[in-house]
Design a protein around this ligand. Structure first.
Ligand code: ADP
Ligand code: MG
Length: 725
């Protein structure tokens, strides 16, 4: 009897699959024509709305002024007409609960007209505010079920769009999700609040350099890594289906050691899928730009051009949804988990971060003039200070059960938060803080009195091992996980930059900056002060090396290896105070977030361990004893005809089966003894008790995979999943 029918059937399906059908006609409908075609953009609004309405709306979008009800009504009515021309029958308030996913509640435009017919309606108040029954979303204690009302509130700054489905289209309106007391229940609200406060303190600094006025926004460009696995194999793996990662699986004979996949030719079906994903993104006005193979077999990347932080965040969510939806059309499953395959490269989401305005340009771009350089230096020092001072928070906002597998492993930045500046920029800062002339490869720069040094442009190097790297005109936060919303990291970056810019602005405001020379001196003084306090966080070497771990410990930098260690930073007093002081989150909101994230960690580990036990008991154990029985039968038969062979394999597998049974028992006992009360203890229990027991169970199952007859092994193997494309 064969135990691997599911595997065989899956492979057969893949072999019999026809070639990719051409479903897009590029000549009839070129990309240039579809870009933004599903978006109720500023341009569309300008064309369609009465001038007065458009002007008022624009003021709200650009300056955050309150929207008056007449404007809202006019916009709603036009938005509905536009959407209905595109076939929409429903509208949905889209929101971003703390699970990190995207949620939507759909309502029809049509209401009974009382005469047996129907009337399409969409009023301003329905556009502005919705009331989904959101009682099942995690709130971390902010809502009890009896006061479960939550409201969705239109985010005017993020454009509405059309969601297509073969059977209809829906108007989607990005919204913030808050409780009836006005407390944030979502990821968007603090993003918007942190953008506001960043602007306030950036303006205070910019005033000294003669550029101010236009709203300073953070900008974000997120590089998304993902795996594409054939759906037939995916469905034959309950672990992938339920937990998005393989909980078992022996390493394949060939892994990624040849690096033959990285930047290699993209397989036909995958490329076809990418084309369609990009086309869908283009329709939604998402400026996706880059695609390539990644390091691991079957791993890829998609990256858009950067946008304002809040729009980039919504678009990033849409990219994830689109990837998963379109992949299915091509018979594949898009896996966004940070570590779907042990021993194989994991997936991250590098968050490129900067800030700028229409007047001041990109504030992390070293300029050409001394004044621009001085301004750049202030923003750069603010960043160095922020990362130094708030490292535990930055670590906490990328903490999750799934990202724990990646951070600190050999392909991702370590859990130690350091900042990479490149040698040249570091030398400039060092020399400046010592009051010395800067020796550069290109020129000697005089420092301090009348001229600040020209900063080498794009000196940022390609250090792949740093969690926070300066890459010439932006910082790249590489610790973000592939499945995460970028909202959390963005909120943290905006808030800590606001706090640091507040510090820098106060420094400048308290000094004599009445002439450019004096200002130059004060900036040099600021550089010196911040550098002296925060230089421990600057590291330009190999972040993967053992030596760095030792060095970082000497420097006193925290190394918070797991979510259980990292998460409590969110509820530390200084983080609570930070968010409260800058009006990003109230103390209650911050605490509630900690609770939700801790609970999510515990729940993830709980689901994974349940699954492990189920698979081990119902798939692995039966396969192992069947094979054991076969070996025993064959040995007995041989003996009966007088052949005595050794029973090594039988003995070995019998031992493994005993170990397997022991490991199953140990894990289920650990689960029974689990902590349920205090969230911090519950996380630590997972880390210290459950996860090690899961690792032991996995070890014996993976060993069995190398022994049990292949035709009896029930789960698709790593090589099948990673190399069949
Ligand atoms: P690499 O893989 O070399 O890091 P990519 O081209 O894949 O580079 O991605 C770079 C990302 O950085 C893109 O999303 C790009 O738009 C973004 N980026 C560039 N400039 C800025 C900026 N000023 N602010 C935010 N993101 C930026
Ligand atoms: Mg890249």
């Amino acid at each position: 009897m064969s135990g691997n029918e599911a595997r065989q059937a899956a492979i057969q399906q893949i072999v019999n699959r026809g070639s990719v059908e051409n479903s897009i006609n590029y000549e009839k409908l070129p990309t240039s024509k579809i870009y933004g075609s599903s978006v109720f953009s500023l341009q569309v609004m300008e064309q369609r709305l009465p001038r007065k309405v458009f002007k008022s709306l624009r003021k709200t979008i650009e300056n955050g002024t309150k929207l008056d009800p007449e404007t809202a009504d006019a916009v709603a009515s036009e938005m509905r007409s536009w959407a209905m021309e595109k076939g929409a029958t429903h509208y949905a308030h889209v929101f971003y609960p703390l699970t990190g996913l995207t949620a939507e509640k759909h309502d029809s435009f049509f209401n009974p007209d009382g005469k047996g017919g129907t009337l399409a309606e969409f009023e301003g108040k329905t556009l502005i505010q919705g009331e989904p029954d959101g009682s099942s979303f995690p709130s971390g204690g902010i809502r009890a079920t009896f006061e479960a009302r939550g409201y969705t509130i239109w985010d005017v700054t993020s454009p509405a769009y059309i969601l297509e489905n073969p059977n209809g289209t829906t108007l989607c309106i990005p919204t913030a999700f808050v409780s009836w007391t006005g407390e944030a229940l979502d990821k968007k609200t603090p993003v918007l609040r942190s953008m506001q406060v960043l602007n306030v303190h950036a303006q205070r600094v910019l005033k000294f350099f003669g550029t101010d006025g236009a709203f300073v926004s953070s900008t974000a460009g997120a590089e998304q890594e993902y795996f594409l696995i054939d759906r037939n194999l995916f469905y034959a793996r309950p672990d992938l289906l339920i937990s998005s990662r393989t909980l078992f699986g022996a390493p394949p004979p060939k892994g990624q050691e040849f690096e033959d996949h990285y930047f290699g030719a993209i397989p036909e079906r995958v490329l076809a899928c990418m084309f369609e994903v990009e086309r869908e993104c283009f329709k939604l006005g998402i400026p996706v730009k880059t695609r390539h193979n990644e390091v691991a077999p079957s791993q890829y990347e998609i990256a858009p051009v950067f946008e304002f932080g809040n729009v980039a965040t919504d678009h990033q969510q849409l990219i994830m949804v689109t990837l998963r939806r379109v992949a299915q059309k091509y018979g594949m499953e898009c896996i966004l988990h940070e570590k779907p395959f042990a021993g194989v490269n994991g997936s991250g989401k590098h968050l490129n971060y900067s800030m700028g305005s229409a007047n001041a340009g990109n504030l992390f771009d070293p300029g050409d003039t001394p004044a621009e350089n001085a301004q750049f230096l202030v923003f750069c020092m603010a960043m160095i200070r922020a990362v130094y001072k708030w490292a535990p928070l930055l670590r906490a906002v990328v903490a999750s059960a799934s990202n724990d597998h990646r951070l600190g492993a050999n392909e991702a930045p370590p859990a130690i938060l350091s900042i990479f500046l490149g040698d040249e920029l570091t030398e400039v800062i060092e020399a400046l803080s010592e009051g010395k002339p800067v020796q550069s490869k290109k020129s000697v720069m005089t420092v301090g009195v009348d001229v600040l040094p020209p900063i080498p442009k794009h000196s940022g190097d390609r250090n792949r091992t740093s969690p926070m790297a300066f890459t010439g005109n932006r910082f790249e936060f590489r610790a973000v996980g592939s499945s995460q919303s970028i909202a959390g990291p963005l909120v943290a970056l905006n808030s800590i930059m606001a706090e640091s810019l507040d510090y820098c602005a106060s420094f400048l405001e308290g000094a004599d900056t009445s002439t450019p020379e004096k200002l130059g001196k004060v900036v040099a003084e600021l550089v010196k002060t911040v550098y002296a306090e925060c230089k421990a966080v600057i590291f330009n070497g190999d972040g993967y090396s053992e030596a760095w771990h030792e060095e970082a410990a000497k420097r006193g930098l925290p190394n918070l290896k797991t979510t259980a260690d990292a998460l409590p930073a969110i509820k530390s007093q200084d983080v609570v105070d930070l968010f409260e002081k800058y009006n990003v989150l109230s103390a209650r909101e911050t605490h509630s977030r900690y609770e939700v994230y801790a609970e999510q960690y515990v729940k993830s580990i709980n689901v994974e361990s349940n699954l492990m036990l189920e698979i081990a008991r119902t798939m692995i154990f039966p396969a192992a004893i069947r094979y054991q029985g076969e070996l025993a039968t064959s040995l007995a038969q041989l003996k009966a005809v007088g052949i005595n062979t050794d029973a090594d394999t039988l003995t070995y597998i019998t031992g493994l089966i005993a170990t397997l049974q022991g490991a199953i028992k140990a894990l289920s006992e650990k689960k029974e003894g689990a902590e349920h009360g205090d969230p911090e203890n519950a996380c630590l229990y997972c880390k210290n008790e459950i996860i090690p027991a899961m690792a032991s169970l996995r070890a014996v199952v993976d060993e069995l995979e190398t022994v049990v007859a292949d035709d009896q092994w029930p789960l698709p193997t790593y090589q099948e999943m990673l190399f069949i494309k």
